[in-house]
Design a protein. Structure first.
Length: 181
């Protein structure tokens, strides 16, 4: 396999677009496309950068020796887990919607509540809902509306959220302040 074919194989294995790979090594998409099509070569500096950023074995890329990725667990795990990245992003967006909804609920009663104190009850509720019960929402607006409805209908849930908020607030207030000399 020629070098340009290997570079394309690296990109497709990592499930990156040409633009993403080009950005990662600091070249234009047009230039990177020419590299993948064998019309030009990457400089040794860019090949080194590619190897460093993505754990690519230079022996494999330049000399057909060994395997594509370094044999350390970190790089192999990264490539193996690329499939879960979209799910991770979706969960992150859902968690953000939880922060908004729980924050809105708490601020209805305590307008001066700060995010640091809101994050504790949000995290606990998110874990209970998403991780343990495997609840799935279609949109982040659904998340917010569902939570606000639950808070208004379930007094136990509302009290649990507020208790967790109070505990976070008290814990923060009881921490000794650091004095800067």
């Amino acid at each position: 396999m020629q070098e340009f074919e290997k570079i394309k194989k690296i990109r497709t294995t990592l499930k990156l677009t040409q633009q993403e790979m080009a950005d990662a090594i600091g070249v234009s998409k047009q230039y990177f496309s020419k590299v993948e099509n064998g019309h030009t070569e990457l400089s040794k500096e860019k090949i080194s950068l590619l190897s460093e950023k993505f754990g690519i074995s230079l022996d494999w890329l330049l000399h057909d020796i060994g395997q594509m990725f370094y044999q350390d667990a970190k790089n192999l795990t990264f490539v193996d887990n690329m499939d879960i990245f979209p799910e991770f992003i979706n969960n992150l967006k859902t968690y953000n919607a939880y922060i908004v909804a729980v924050g809105e609920f708490i601020r209805q009663k305590y307008p001066n509540a700060i995010v640091d104190d809101i994050l504790i009850p949000t995290y606990k509720l998110f874990v209970d809902d998403i991780v343990k019960k495997e609840i799935v929402y279609s949109t982040n607006e659904d998340v917010k509306q569902n939570l606000l409805d639950r808070f208004s209908q379930d007094e136990n849930l509302s009290q649990t959220i507020l208790n967790s908020y109070f505990k976070a607030y008290v814990d923060r207030m009881e921490k000794p302040k650091k004095v800067i000399d």
